[in-house]
Ligand binder design. Structure first.
Ligand code: ADP
Ligand code: MG
Length: 480
């Protein structure tokens, strides 16, 4: 070819090197390492420059996001180049040096996996077991599903019927219907149960479908680890053959910008390829805190379904269902009592029922009565009745340490303010059923700060007697 004669290889290589450094400054190290560094130069024919990309997944991404830019820069440097073409070329020896040895061998194995494999069935999964071989101590991408969390075991009532219908629809459709399905509610109201139920249903219908269920925390953990080992390409590859991706509790991504960005990429690529995504959170997409606007709007662009706090009828239904499942006779009166008293969430309701049943079984089948139930749950119900609020805790702790609630919520880090703040966070975790992010919000902090405070106080009460006494005194006041 004439062009090939004009442009000798080494000058093209040089130009490519310059383009790469320019792109690196433009897009930043993380994006560059993830998406552009793995590209290699291919052949040049008739004004068309071929660039090799290791996978189809990456190719789509690079085309959508960088091809125009690459073309523009190159055209300027070398007018002979009329267009840039991206071709998928599995990693081979030519690409040596672009990948770490582990990543290279993982990619080789993945690209030679003939059919989609099921990541969930970790034993049977070629992808997962390969990943395990490669990443020391790596765990499978998906976490195991709870066998109890099926549609059959899900009691439907007014407060959750919409979310249930949406979940069923997604589970039953062969074609992607709502994408993503976004489920939200307070804690213990059935989000995780519904997600697992969808997964079980799909697996039953078609075992070859590759379903990945994981928590947002796990996603972050895995991504951060991939960054540390500079193996983000391998990380992305794990999502390549996913048909259904479920990410639970995405509120925990709040404030984690790099992870969010990565999640956003993964999310978009999968949606573009027509894969189903299901997300849960403790709030609606618009109300999520610390989540980028573009991600929020992406999360809300499918079907958003919320689960409301339970009503009496649903609580009754759940208790009766659970008792039947466990094969235990529980009198109607007992169920009514529990359904009236324990209104916070289904997890606590189940916990109470289990306690009553366990008690009866320990006393070799002692009959379950209302009296016995009240007796067994005395402590629980007392603290339940008196359940204190975060506002109350802030007020009492501030009073105790002679500071104002405003100071407690401020950003001041002086120990005289910071310590009481940590104690208030710790007590909020202990005495209320609020989640870490909910507690954090009351202090204008994120959930990691609360987590840190809880651990700190747990340590301090062991070492510092006077602090332990303060905490105990406050607990008594708040529980009185
Ligand atoms: P979330 O993820 O919203 O915090 P979970 O899905 O973990 O809540 O539900 C908490 C507990 O309540 C689980 O044991 C779950 O099986 C049970 N549960 C929730 N909703 C229902 C329901 N409608 N019917 C039966 N059990 C339910
Ligand atoms: Mg959950």
């Amino acid at each position: 070819m004439a062009e090939e004669a004009i442009i000798n290889n080494s000058s093209v290589q040089d130009q490519w090197g310059q383009i790469c450094s320019q792109l690196k400054t433009e897009v930043g190290d993380t994006a560059f390492d993830s998406w552009l560094k793995p590209l290699t130069l291919g052949s040049f024919n008739d004004g068309v420059m071929n660039i090799c990309v290791p996978t189809r997944f990456m190719r789509n991404w690079v085309i959508t996001h960088y091809s125009e830019r690459i073309h523009k820069i190159w055209e300027k440097k070398n007018p002979e180049i009329k267009s840039v073409n991206f071709v998928v070329q599995a990693v081979n020896d030519e690409a040596k040096g672009l990948y770490s040895p582990t990543c290279r061998s993982l990619l080789k194995k993945i690209t030679s996996t003939p059919t989609p494999t099921n990541i969930y069935q970790s034993g049977a999964s070629a992808l997962t077991s390969n990943a395990n071989e490669v990443f020391a101590n790596a765990d499978p991408l998906s976490v195991p599903l709870n066998p109890q969390y099926t549609f059959d075991n899900f009691v439907v009532g007014k407060t959750n019927e919409f979310a249930y219908a949406a979940a069923r629809k997604v589970a039953e459709s062969r074609n992607v219907s709502f994408n993503p399905l976004f489920l939200y509610s307070g804690v213990g109201l059935g989000k995780t149960h519904l997600m697992h139920a969808i997964a079980w249903h799909i697996k039953q219908q078609d075992p070859s479908r590759n379903i990945v269920y994981l928590s947002a925390e796990k996603f972050m953990y895995k991504f951060v680890r991939a960054l540390r080992y500079k193996d983000t390409t391998a990380f992305k590859e794990q999502f390549r053959s996913v048909d259904v991706l479920m990410v639970d509790d995405v509120q925990f991504m709040g404030g984690k910008d790099t992870t969010q960005e990565e999640f956003f990429y993964t999310f978009n690529s999968l949606i573009e390829e027509g894969r189903q995504i299901i997300i849960s959170a403790d709030k609606s997409p618009a109300d999520l805190e610390g989540i980028e606007t573009r991600l929020k709007s992406r999360l809300g662009c499918g079907l958003v379904a919320d689960i409301h706090p339970t009503d009496f009828d649903l609580r009754m239904g759940i208790l009766q269902n659970k008792a039947k499942q466990l094969g235990v006779e529980v009198p109607e009166k007992v169920c009514e009592f529990l359904a009236q008293k324990i209104t916070s969430n289904i997890r606590e309701l189940e916990g109470a029922l289990r306690r009553v049943i366990a008690h009866s079984q320990l006393l070799s089948g002692k009959e379950i009565t209302l009296d016995m139930t009240q007796d067994v749950l005395k402590d629980m119900l007392r603290s339940y009745d008196r359940r204190t609020t975060i506002d109350e805790i802030q007020k009492k702790v501030a009073e105790h340490f002679n500071i104002s609630v405003k100071e407690m919520q401020s950003s001041r880090r002086a120990r005289t303010v910071a310590r009481p703040r940590q104690i208030a966070m710790y007590l909020a975790k202990q005495l209320t059923s609020r989640s870490l992010p909910e507690i954090g919000r009351k202090f204008d902090r994120d959930h990691t700060t609360v987590m840190h405070a809880v651990r700190k106080v747990e340590e301090l009460v062991l070492e510092d007697k006077s602090l332990a006494e303060d905490v105990e005194a406050l607990r008594r006041i708040l529980e009185a």
